[in-house]
Design a protein. Structure first.
Length: 311
């Protein structure tokens, strides 16, 4: 199951303004990325979730942040999109349950993002992560706090098994390995997933299907998603380390999220000193249009808090 945000937020209609994909060799892999705005401006790094390509971050939001005076960097995590894919066998379900079978860790995925920044000559950035991307963003902040100017965490958790647990229906869905050998099958499975995990009555399922189709056209690798899932299942409880963070942080969570329960976001906000928690009624595990303005507002708010603190 992927964590593709609804294209209610990912308005990708103006193709002419979408930058070309670029590539760097960093941290032992090739990372695909693109950027918006002036490289001389403060950087915002966007980190996406499980099995989800960077195109799931809204082109419109990236352009707006660039217009606000920021240099926006989004990228494909390892094993997804046009970044390096691994050749190791697909982890077995029993290994996933035991937190075994992973060929890399979230630490490696966090190091990928930091290595990308280094290759771009960026000393530090405002980091925003969604779902698994939130796990990665936290890991970045813990490993290299001086390089994370602010932290924005959406629909994610601490790594503790006590919070943020999925519902039984979602667990059953995640345990399946559906056949998605064609574009149409991939689109259909994405819709079926978002009928379960999305924002009820709000998620644009046509947009989800369109985004899944475009992602299929770029690169389709269900085994890569399973390898990412193995890294998630093996993650540690970051709570003790989160208590040491000092960068401005906001945590946003849908109060109807069945994949990562809102208890995960609440635990994050309690663990990170002075973190701001925003709970959105009616929001599931996606980024619907109704949340777009608030996400941007909160992101700009936490960035400004960081800028004031360092002025």
């Amino acid at each position: 199951m992927s964590t593709i945000p609804s294209t209610d937020v990912a308005d990708n209609t103006n193709v002419a303004e979408v930058p070309e994909d670029r590539f760097v060799d960093a941290n032992g892999i090739t990372i695909a990325f693109n950027t918006f705005g002036d490289p001389a401006n403060p950087a915002v790094l966007l980190v996406m979730g499980l099995g989800t390509q960077m195109i799931a971050w809204s082109d419109q939001m990236c352009r707006e942040l660039a217009d606000d005076g920021y240099f926006v960097v989004r990228y494909d995590n390892r094993d997804v999109g046009l970044s390096t894919h691994f050749d190791s066998p697909t982890p077995k379900l029993t290994d996933l349950i035991r937190g075994q079978g992973n060929v890399y860790k979230l630490d490696d995925m966090a190091a990928d993002g930091m290595a990308l920044l280094s290759e771009l000559g960026i000393r530090s950035a405002h980091v925003m992560g969604a779902s698994m991307g939130g796990f990665i963003a936290q890991t970045m902040a813990i490993a290299e706090p001086n390089r994370v100017d602010s932290l924005s965490l959406i629909m994610t958790s601490t790594g503790s098994r006590r919070v943020g647990r999925p519902t039984p229906r979602v667990m059953y869905r995640m345990a399946r390995r559906p056949v998605t050998t064609t574009r149409e099958e991939a689109m259909r499975e994405a819709v079926l997933s978002y009928e379960i995990i999305g924002s009820p009555g709000i998620t644009d399922l046509d947009g989800v299907a369109d985004l899944a189709g475009r992602a299929f056209d770029k690169a389709h690798d269900p085994a890569g998603t399973q390898r990412q899932l193995a890294a998630i299942m093996a993650q540690p409880d970051r709570t003790p380390a989160l208590k040491k963070l000092r960068m401005p942080t906001f945590v946003m969570h849908g109060l109807r999220d069945p994949l990562v329960a809102a208890s995960g976001g609440l635990a994050l906000a309690r663990s990170i000193p002075r973190a701001r928690f925003v709970g959105l009624h009616g929001m599931g595990h996606d980024l619907p249009r109704t949340a777009a303005a608030e996400i941007r507002s909160e992101l700009l708010g936490v960035i400004r808090r960081s800028e004031i603190a360092t002025a």
